[in-house]
Design a binder for this molecule. Sequence first.
Ligand code: KIV
Ligand code: ZN
Length: 515
Amino acid sequence: MAKQRKIIIFDTTLRDGEQSPSCSMNLNEKLEVAQMLEQLKVDVIEAGFPIASPGDFEAVKAVAKEIKSCTIAALARSIAKDIDIAGEALARAARPRIHVFCATSQIHRKYKLKRAKSEIVKMSVEAVRRALKYTDDVEFSPEDASRTEPDFLVEVVSAVIDAGATTVNIPDTVGYAIPAQFAELISYLRENVANIDKAVISVHCHNDLGLAVANSLAAVSAGADQVECTINGIGERAGNAALEEIVMAIKTREDYFNATTDIDTTKIYPASRLVASITGMHLQRNKAIVGENAFAHEAGIHQHGILSDRRTYEIMKPEDIGLPSSRLVLGKHSGRHGFEQRIKALGYKLTKTQLNEAYQKFIELADKKKDIYDADIEALIKQQASAGVEVWRLESLQTTAGTNTIPTATVTLSKEGKKVVDAATGDGPIDAAYEAIGRITGIKLKLTDYSLRALTSGKDAQGEVTIEVTHNGERLRARGISTDIVEASAKAYLAVVNRILSLGKTRKKKKSTTP
Ligand code: KIV
Ligand code: ZN
């Protein structure tokens, strides 16, 4: 039997994932995700596209400085200034990789780049050579490879390997490929690119036809050694191949692939939760591996089998992906010790002050909610971590709504100990509460997104509201959690208001110190 291969996991959550409009992250959020990816033990983190914006440049720079056990990649078009900026952003990386791309398909050549084949080859080769000035780890992607004429793809791939590319990535940019055909393309390249053994073959698949994971795995079977993917499959349009599905397929069907990855699969579930909560892109319940129902067994016949031997209906163990137990964990009488123990079991390390504050919040929650689950505790800790400066505090909120009544909200906020009350009407109780908060704080926001989900099941489940607003051209997102969804909505709104007010203060301070 052939030697088992290691498949390189290249995560592009922070680049291709973040690129999709509803998934943008700020610098701190990107760092948090990067730290999680490091714990997950991905081989490569594509941290951004530095030329795209100053924010992307800073994020790549920060990730390169912070994360030392993964290769950090930055994307660049085959344009000199893109490559130079990517090289600059990666200057402090322990293992930098520049990922250059150039479209190769006929449709992209004709309508996007307006270049002949020979010019595409020249641009690609020059780009690889320029990137090599910054690092000897250079990846090249012929964009829209799956729609490129195979013989031209051979020409480009051979030329960039000759120029020094160490990884050649074959993207299915528009999600057009079909598994057997995509596998054939990989085999064709292995057979026809004379110098192919000098580079790693990678694949990068989009999910427009729902085939991103299937295409990536077909390519692995055909000899690809690197897969590009994102947590929860986030990404442009229908997304990218989902990391958790690729990794668990390779692990569960090691017998078939004769391959492994270095991923610590017990970090898959926490990584999925983190990305979902930061981006506000929540998962469908039946999402493979990390969806709420992925390990739930409803049918009696299945439950019977599971009780006799889990393997009757389970091909993976929930603990393999780090799924916390969904059992009831704590209640009003669990006490401080029980709470501390559960926090440790969930993997959090809190300081004494943080623990005291979290316990106080737990007691308040236990007064409102009989059963407290892991998800409630995690939400409580995450809220505390992302709380930021509290300029205005929500003291109380009363709403009236119903059929044939005008929805009204009376809101009491306090600032530096001074209480201010106002009342307003609106299209509904949430709209009325937002109107009242806007009047008190002087900040009226236009929501670009609002989502609500229950953290756990049951009538007394906490609701998590995530809102997104655009203020002075900047996209801001915040969450509010409560057993009352109007209160959760008000908390989310107030969190954005507080962020705007504290940002304003730091910006003013910065201005006055600038010469
Ligand atoms: O989908 C794509 O082609 C890409 C490339 C830049 C690799 O994201
Ligand atoms: Zn892509």
